[in-house]
Design a protein around this ligand. Structure first.
Ligand SMILES: [Fe+2]
Ligand SMILES: [Fe+2]
Length: 277
């Protein structure tokens, strides 16, 4: 399946988007906002780690996919940075500092890990984004809870994460990356992902003054992990990564992708207005 390159600009208006845009809930909104603050620098890391191994790619199809992957991730970084500006307008003045802190952290990661292990980290995080994306694209209830102005940004990102979910993995294999490193790096990445996301989420919750309101936590975590349990439903897909024969395309999302391409970017697509010529 060809990976599309789309030049988009969502131009969200902070006066129209409510601060609690996800399910009218500050816990869920700050969780998503935390993810958004991690995307620009995170996606830069993905792109660099793939670029470092481009010379291993000899298959012309994969070469083309790598170029599309780089284009898509760069665009995600740009649009999430714009979304993070909206967060500043919503009173989260720490958003640029969080991005700067992550930049320093990732600089250290680059110093500590070999290029191939950095690519394995990218594969792990691309599996995370693919799982979250598929969950979002399949879960009508979660989508309905997002504010209508914000939903197209997240759905566009989810669609493209699904479209390019195999690219980093295929480059890792082309570069001779093995199973042990991939599995070990997934465990390390899982730990650091939840640590970093947890710290950032707590920081945003503190700004929102809900950090010391346990019932907010309990309610939010129960909704995420127990019922309806958006996150718990992703566990089998997460575990499948540890199969030695795992490949991202094992989960068939072709039809899902095709239908979302039309829903978002068809002639009456809900995100078509964001496309630039
Ligand atoms: Fe992305
Ligand atoms: Fe990605």
């Amino acid at each position: 399946m060809e990976i599309s390159r789309r030049d988009v600009s969502f131009e969200l208006d902070p006066t129209k988007v409510p601060r609690d845009w996800a399910n009218n809930d500050p816990y869920e909104s700050t969780f998503m906002n935390a993810l958004s603050t991690l995307f620009p620098e995170g996606e830069k890391f993905f792109v660099e780690s793939v670029k470092q191994h481009k010379h291993y790619v000899t298959d012309p199809d994969l070469e083309r996919d790598v170029a599309a992957f780089i284009g898509q991730e760069a665009m995600h970084g740009r649009e999430h940075r714009a979304f993070n500006d909206l967060l500043v307008a919503h009173g989260y003045r720490e958003a640029p500092r969080i991005e700067a802190n992550l930049k320093v952290f990732l600089k250290r990661v680059r110093r500590v890990l070999s290029p191939k292990s950095q690519l394995a980290v990218t594969c792990a995080l691309e599996h995370f984004t693919a799982m979250l994306a598929e969950g979002l694209l399949r879960d009508a209830k979660v989508r309905a809870e997002m504010h209508e102005d914000v939903a197209p940004l997240w759905l566009w990102h989810a669609l493209e994460e699904s479209e390019h979910k195999s690219v980093a993995f295929d480059v890792y294999r082309a570069a001779g990356g093995g199973y042990a490193r991939r599995a070990w790096m997934m465990l390390v990445t899982t730990f650091f992902f939840f640590l970093v996301q947890g710290i950032v989420h707590a920081r945003l919750m503190a700004t929102r003054k809900i950090l010391w309101k346990p019932w907010r936590w309990l309610r939010g975590m129960t909704r995420m992990w127990i019922y309806p349990g958006f996150m718990i439903k992703l566990v089998p897909a997460y575990l499948s990564y540890f199969r030695p024969s795992f490949h991202p395309s094992d989960r068939d999302t072709k039809n899902l992708i095709a239908s979302w391409q039309v829903t978002l970017f068809g002639s009456a697509g809900t995100a078509a207005a964001a496309l630039r010529d």
